[in-house]
Write a protein that binds this ligand. Structure first.
Ligand SMILES: [Zn+2]
Length: 402
């Protein structure tokens, strides 16, 4: 059966590449990021689904910012219906960013050296198309999958999933027995099978000092200097929360200052306010509240020493999630990955966040896998054609055997 599946997908390769190129031409940037939403792209995907011969196609659409946020689901029946395998892909893409960093136009895909360049090629076009053609291949070969396959193309993954995966969770459409494959993250050789995501904590640190003329610093309280002092003290945080877990990549918790707001426009004024942000990715052995308590301690020290006031605001907080490593979907995927990619699979946790977290929180098993070059969100994002084919083989084998 394996040989027939691989041959069928190799036959479909040209069509697959064509479909990915067409898909990338439809931008689908969320309205939160200044785009027109996922409506057009959803229509394109629905047409593709129509040619594949799903048993049922339905929607859980919603609205935000005056535009439709489509969530498309296409289903084929398997041998046993009491368990469903969900494949969760997303329609939306992040904005291209600075255009001068792109060598080609982001929404006019081109092929060069076996790679397709364009925004959304790898994230998440490659695996959306690979999953669809995996289903097309087993349909063409009249293979009935082991269980029902529900393919989902969702909105709003790049901006917190409120109108995508979280919306589906709220609607209560998932049920006991469901398992999830989220092909939206992985490694270049395909060995990484992601089963856990660290806790995520985003903080805003606002320092209020006293603005004054830079020639008389003693009359003010320099908020920039105090804020920077806070940043230097993050090393104490790293020293305290220093446990390592080799089942995670990277194996440690990270506490990283990132964005900083502009302050005074001129050089000869001491800034009276300073705001910066910290991105924390915390191993599941630590509670988020412990980290917050430690930051509170740093805050008090800086306030006292630098004579400023500091406000810590939580921007986003997500608790770590894990799927058991011994569960059958993990075993099934391991076998298939080993066979197709010829690598020893590594079952690991990571610092990034995907849609898998929302269903893991409900107690459902979810694995994240794809063979990717990790060009997502970068200028000159690309998908390797070879990866497109490999991923479709992995999915087709999984659908027919698991
Ligand atoms: Zn993605």
């Amino acid at each position: 059966m394996e040989k027939e599946i691989f041959a069928e997908l190799t036959k479909l390769k040209k069509e697959m590449v064509g479909s990915l190129m067409e898909l990338v031409k439809v931008p689908a940037i969320s309205p939160e990021s200044g785009g027109e939403g996922e409506g057009k792209k959803s229509k394109f995907v629905e047409e593709l689904c129509g040619n594949i011969g799903f048993d049922r196609i339905y929607h859980y659409d919603t609205f935000s910012h005056g535009v439709k946020r489509p969530n498309l689901i296409a289903k084929i029946k398997g041998k046993k219906s009491e368990s469903r395998l969900w494949v969760i892909a997303h329609l939306d893409v992040v904005p291209p960013g600075e255009l001068k960093l792109w060598k080609t136009l982001p929404f006019e895909p081109i092929i060069k050296n076996g790679k397709i360049f364009g925004r959304g090629t790898e994230d998440n076009g490659q695996d959306l198309i690979a999953a669809l053609y995996a289903i097309k291949a087993i349909r063409n070969l009249r293979i009935v999958p082991q269980r029902d396959i529900c393919f989902a193309a969702l909105s709003d993954e790049e901006t917190l999933s409120k109108y995508g995966m979280k919306y589906l969770v709220k609607k209560g459409i998932f049920k006991k027995g469901d398992v999830f494959l989220v092909p939206d993250g992985g490694s270049p050789n395909g060995s990484l099978i992601e089963v856990g995501e660290k806790s995520l904590l985003w903080l805003e640190i606002a320092t209020i000092g006293k603005q004054c003329h830079a020639s008389m610093p003693e009359k003010g309280a320099n908020a920039l200097e105090a804020g920077s002092y806070f940043i230097c003290k993050l090393k104490d945080l790293r020293k305290t929360f220093n446990q390592k877990n080799p089942l995670y990549e990277p194996s440690y918790s990270s506490f990283t200052p990132t964005k900083r707001l502009a302050n005074v426009p001129n050089i000869n004024t001491i800034p009276g306010s300073d705001t910066f942000y910290i991105d924390c990715r915390i191993l599941p052995c630590y509670k988020i509240s412990e980290v917050l308590r430690f930051l509170e301690k740093i805050k008090k020290e800086v306030e006292k020493e630098k004579k400023v006031r500091i406000k810590i605001k939580i921007i986003q907080k997500e608790k770590a999630t894990e799927t058991e490593r011994q569960i059958s979907i993990v075993k099934g995927l391991r076998q298939v990955v080993q066979k197709v990619c010829r690598v020893k699979p590594k079952v690991r946790g990571v610092g990034w966040g995907t849609c898998a977290a929302f269903v893991r929180r409900l107690g459902y098993p979810a694995v994240v896998w794809s063979k990717v070059e990790r060009t997502a969100h970068q200028p000159n994002e690309y998908a390797k054609i070879e990866n497109l084919l490999t991923d479709s083989k992995v999915f087709a084998l999984l659908f027919s055997s698991f």
